[in-house]
Design a protein around this ligand. Structure first.
Ligand SMILES: [Zn+2]
Length: 304
């Protein structure tokens, strides 16, 4: 886990999930905590080695790879934990993620793993959007929903910690369909990040960039591409397409293989998010036919 400085006050631990660290006037603040105790342990060990303190921890969103280590950091370093409201509810009750993935039913044991359900952590203060002071840090929390319900990116000392609002191009190429809960919100959030002016950007996954315009545009194109593919697929069959068929065809088209139930459910959440956005755009409608959930193009409905 490499410790990288991007400005006088701003740094990050480069890892599968980047963990931000800001130091000013004798106070230290972490942004996200990594997946689990072992990751958090490495972070605290490095900070001790460098004689750097930690007083605050902001969690950008309630995905286990970003908050799973928070309980350990809170226990060991007595940090004050901040998180956006809806994300905080999940961090305090992490079973909510396997619950929402499993259609709201209480999840099977197989879904209750560390990737879908992190260690619970008590959030001390809800993080509202906008400018605010946390100790000596003047931060702006920017609401970036889409990848999760209430994710926030953190602008501090001219550096933007972007959470998972965008992924580096390599990650996009690998995953092809990023995890989202709202496609239109994800695109709007990306456009918001494009308009930000600051001296550098640290994404949740990937490299620090001074100007991530190309990367962010690639993310917008990716969402629009998947959304258009789904719309065309539904429009190509005037009688409609069942939800299960849509999921199978998307996985085939993007050459994706869901290796186990959890991954299939994560894909389904993303596809459902694209569908909701197409419904909100007035492009498709959902209907139940012969006890099966079907999606039909609104163009076809006009012809019926
Ligand atoms: Zn995430």
């Amino acid at each position: 886990m490499e410790f990288i400085s991007v400005s006088e006050h701003c740094h990050y631990f480069k890892s599968a999930v980047n963990i931000g660290y800001v130091f000013k006037d004798g106070k230290g603040m972490l942004i996200d905590s990594g997946l689990e105790k072992s990751t958090a342990k490495k972070v605290l060990k490095q900070l001790i080695k460098r004689e750097l303190p930690v007083h605050y921890l902001i969690v950008t969103h309630a995905h286990a790879d970003h908050y799973g280590g928070a309980a350990y950091i809170k226990k060991e370093a007595h940090v004050e934990v901040f998180a956006p409201p809806l994300e905080a509810a999940i961090m305090e009750n992490p079973v909510l993620e396997p619950i929402y993935l499993w259609n709201g039913a209480f999840p099977m044991k197989a879904l209750r793993n560390k990737f879908l359900e992190g260690q619970p952590v008590k959030v001390d203060s809800l993080l509202d959007c906008g400018e605010q002071a946390i100790g000596p840090f003047q931060i702006t929390a920017i609401h970036l929903p889409g990848h999760s319900y209430s994710q926030c990116g953190i602008l501090v000392e001219e550096i933007f910690y972007a959470a998972d609002s965008y992924f580096e191009v390599e990650v996009l190429r690998k995953h092809k369909v990023p995890f989202i809960v709202d496609a239109n919100a994800a695109i709007t959030s990306l456009e918001k990040v494009l308009r930000l002016s600051c001296s550098g950007f640290v994404p949740g996954h990937g490299e620090f960039e001074k100007d991530p315009t190309y990367t962010i545009r690639a993310n917008i194109e990716c969402h629009e591409h998947v959304k258009t593919f789904i719309q065309n697929l539904i429009e190509s069959v005037p009688s409609g397409v069942s939800m299960d068929t849509i999921q199978r065809k998307i996985l085939e088209h993007f050459d994706l293989k869901a290796r186990e139930v959890g991954q299939w459910l994560l894909y389904r959440t993303s596809f459902t998010a694209y569908l909701s956005s197409l419904v909100e755009d007035g492009k498709v409608k959902l209907t139940v036919k012969d006890n099966v959930l079907w999606v039909i193009s609104t163009n076809s409905l006009d012809l019926l």
